[in-house]
Write a protein that binds this ligand. Structure first.
Ligand SMILES: [Zn+2]
Length: 224
């Protein structure tokens, strides 16, 4: 069910509202994101998002997943954040693919708003700013980001870093929010891997493990 229907259902049935993970496949439709040869960031993020949703369904400890888009749809940044508006308990995970003028840049980069993190060497266009998120949300976003980084590193992925960013979706004022850049289209090795379904699956499985692990360890989070 969709988020609005879900919220009404839970309210009507006095059911404890489960924690939800909102997975946001970056870009889409008119906005291709980073491009290299025939590859489009929007297609890679959607492929990994769909695979991540499936991978999380197989893990009993993982929260249910809501996708901001299921197809090649154009979606504004405020619509992405708005997907979780009626869900009191949710985390927001946005998936992107990096691009750099430094061809050697490679690996995963994870962004969250806040904490004492180094500034990003970002190339995303700025959008109309939102105010900063509340401090407790920013702290939780940082913890979620660091946990994902730690898990991906333990699963042998190259993680360049966890950095502070004020991207629009990370200023989400309702839910802890993290943005993962899955690799660089500008790096030959990353690009070749990101184009392949089996590597997209590896990334999705690794993210599923990271997310499920985090939620199973976090005290005070409601079980579904
Ligand atoms: Zn992007």
């Amino acid at each position: 069910m969709g988020p609005i229907v879900a919220a009404l259902y839970f309210a009507a049935h006095s059911v404890a509202i489960p924690l939800t993970l909102i997975v946001d496949a970056g870009h889409g439709g008119d906005d291709p994101g980073a491009m290299s040869q025939k590859l489009r960031e929007k297609n890679i993020t959607l492929a990994v998002a769909l695979k991540l949703q499936k991978a999380l369904k197989k893990r009993p400890e993982a929260p249910p997943v809501l996708l901001t888009r299921h197809s090649d749809a154009t979606l504004a940044l405020d619509e992405r954040v708005g997907v979780g508006e009626l869900l009191p308990q949710a985390y927001f995970l946005s998936l992107h693919v990096n691009d750099s003028s430094h061809r050697k840049d490679h690996g995963v980069v994870i962004y969250a708003y806040g904490m004492t993190m180094p500034a990003p060497k970002s190339r995303h266009n700025p959008v109309e700013p939102l105010g900063p998120p509340p401090e407790d949300l920013a702290k939780e976003s940082g913890r979620f980001a660091l946990a994902i980084a730690e898990s991906l590193r333990a699963q042998k992925f190259a993680v360049e870093g966890v950095v502070h960013s004020d991207y629009y979706v990370l200023r989400n004022r309702r839910h802890p929010s993290v943005l993962v850049e899955l690799g660089y289209l500008s790096n030959t090795k990353d690009r070749e891997r990101l184009a392949k379904a089996d590597y997209q699956q590896r990334l999705a499985d690794a993210l599923a493990k990271a997310v499920a692990g985090y939620f199973s360890r976090r005290p005070g989070l409601p079980k579904k």
